[in-house]
Design a protein around this ligand. Structure first.
Ligand code: ITT
Length: 202
C-alpha cells in the first residue's frame, strides 16, 4: 500500500484528511506517526508557497509521497484578514475562543451582507521523483454573531454556511468534509495523484 505522509502538526486536520482519503487505498500517516519532526517557518506569502515549504521540508527526510496544506480564513470586511496569517493571528498560542471573540468584536455592527468570508485551502504534494503538485479550493460563507457548535477546530464556530444554516462547527465531520475547502482541495489532489500513479505504473 502506498503511504502518504501528511506534513501537519494539527490533529484536527489529520482527522478530516483520514476520513476523506479512506477510499484511496493509500495510507495517510501524520508526520508524528512517521517519526518525523520538523519546525518549519511558514514565511511564504501565499497558501501555495506555505504548503510547499511544509511539504518540501518533510520530503527532504522521507522517500514517501508527502502532502501538506496551508489554509486560512479570509474576512472581506477586514481586507481578507487573517488570511495566510490565520494560525498566527493574535499569537500562535492564543486560544481560538479569544481569536474568535476578537474577530466578532471587530465585526460588531457590521450587517449580514457585509460579513462575507471564505475558508481557503491549498494542498501541495512532493512526489518521490521530485515532482511537485499544488491545488486550491475554498468554501464561501459568512461570519456569525456568536460562537456556535463544538465540532471541527479553529475558526469553525464563527463560520456560518448559508446552505446548511449552521456553522462548520455545527456540521458533522462528514457534512463538513463534503463542502469544505480542505475536502474539495483533497478531492482535487486525489485526482492529480491518480493521474501520477497511472503514468508511473505504465
Ligand atoms: P500545520 O501548519 O501544522 O498544518 P496549522 O494549524 O498551523 O497546522 P495552517 O498554517 O494551515 O495550519 O493555518 C491554518 C489556520 O487557519 C488554522 O490553524 C485555523 O486557525 C484556520 N483554519 C484552517 N482551516 C480551518 C478549518 O477547516 N476550520 C477552522 N479553522 C481553520
Amino acid at each position: 500500500m502506498r503511504k502518504i505522509v501528511f506534513a501537519t502538526g494539527n490533529a484536527g486536520k489529520i482527522r478530516e484528511i483520514n476520513a476523506i482519503m479512506a477510499d484511496t487505498g493509500m495510507e495517510v500517516v501524520s508526520m508524528k506517526d512517521a517519526g518525523i519532526s520538523t519546525d518549519v517557518e511558514e514565511n511564504g506569502s501565499t497558501y501555495e508557497e506555505n504548503a510547499l515549504i511544509k511539504a518540501r521540508a518533510v520530503a527532504s527526510v522521507t522517500g514517501d509521497i508527502v502532502m501538506a496544506d496551508d489554509s486560512g480564513l479570509e474576512i472581506d470586511y477586514l481586507n481578507k484578514e487573517p488570511g495566510v496569517y490565520s494560525a498566527r493571528y493574535l499569537g500562535e498560542d492564543t486560544s481560538y475562543h479569544i481569536k474568535n471573540a476578537e474577530l466578532l468584536r471587530r465585526l460588531e455592527g457590521v450587517p449580514e451582507e457585509q460579513r462575507t468570508a471564505r475558508f481557503v485551502c491549498a494542498i501541495a504534494a512532493v512526489l518521490p521523483d521530485g515532482r511537485e503538485l499544488t491545488v486550491r479550493a475554498a468554501i464561501e460563507g459568512r461570519i456569525g454573531y456568536e460562537e456556535k457548535g463544538m465540532n471541527g477546530f479553529g475558526y469553525d464556530p464563527i463560520f456560518y454556511v448559508p446552505e446548511f444554516q449552521k456553522t462548520t462547527a455545527e456540521l458533522t465531520e462528514a457534512e463538513k468534509n463534503e463542502v469544505s475547502h480542505r475536502g474539495k482541495a483533497l478531492r482535487l489532489m486525489k485526482e492529480e495523484l491518480k493521474r501520477y500513479e497511472d503514468t508511473t505504473c505504465q
